[in-house]
Design a protein around this ligand. Sequence first.
Ligand SMILES: Cc1ncc(COP(=O)(O)O)c(C=O)c1O
Length: 380
Amino acid sequence: MKKVYLDNAATTQVAKEVVEVMQPYFLEKYGNASCLHSWGQEARDAVEQSRKVIAEKINAEPEEIIFTGGGSESNNLAIKGTAFQLKDKGNHIITSEFEHPAVLNICKALGKKGFEVTYVAIDKNGFVNLEQLKNSITNKTVLVSIMHANNEIGTIQNINEIGNICKENNIVFHTDAVQSFAKVPIDVKKENITLASFSAHKLHGPKGIGALYIKKATKLKKQIDGGHQEFNQRSGTENVPGIIGFAKAVEVITEKNIENITEFRNYLINELLKIKGTALNGSQDNRLCNNVSISFKNVEGESILLSLDDKGVAVTTSSACTSSKLESSHVLKAIGLKSEDAHGTIRFTLSKYTTKEELDYTIESVRGIIKKLRGISPLK
Ligand SMILES: Cc1ncc(COP(=O)(O)O)c(C=O)c1O
């Protein structure tokens, strides 16, 4: 059976070049980067070289990057680390309604620990209401956490404006850039970002490795106690192969890749919108190069997903972390979709390995499935 993987926002195939550079660090160069002998120093050099690669990609200094166990851990360190570090200054945090659970659940947990959280609304295209954001700031606000690009609908936020608002008000600005990193340019200096979270497995790197950008002189309350690794911000022996793989994954993504993915994304959107009773979710212009979120009227998303899976095509109904629940997605609710439209929504996410032939097979399959499901649906 043909196999088409269109769930690249959930995770990606690890690039061959990435596996190749990682392998020696499992089999031969397996030293602990904190050790003084030559094995250790060999690992240390590779880690520092990788740190430079990540830093350069976002116009940061290498010592402003620390490696973590992924996007969720980076978000925890950024948000809890700031909240607990600055709790004597204030206990108010601002975030948005449509963050990933890896931010929302942290904020919920902080809410139970005496912090106040404001959830700023977003508009129908997925943009944060900047007026509401400004009006929510009080003298107790210590942190604004707004994601760079949304994992479900692909909208890319105007983080430049949010960064400016935070700078004017002397507030820490954290952005979850897990979906946007290496797809959308990020300049932490120009955009006044204080903290930014990244994850390798969304960009053809390995799972379980991520990074946090921490602007110079920003203090965070440590979340993992132990040794003094990562400038004493994150204890634990460095995942050397993971770190090296992460940097390689960033190095091998080219502008041409992004251009091609964007072209294929537009093709898929245009073809799917030719099916009657369909609508695109998220911004048309400020959209992740690989995201296609489509609502199909009068059909259940789960049925579309399972029928596509029968044909070897992998898609998702909402984010991977919430797709086992039958509740409609908080993101689709936040952009004002009716519950029945939210339930008929499918996310297709492409990668640099996606081919035109795979898209044509998917489009043909979707057409047939929608026709069949609508034929038997009691909803008309
Ligand atoms: C926007 C966003 N933030 C954070 C995460 C969590 O990253 P990780 O899987 O590396 O913990 C994800 C993963 O789906 C995501 O899409």
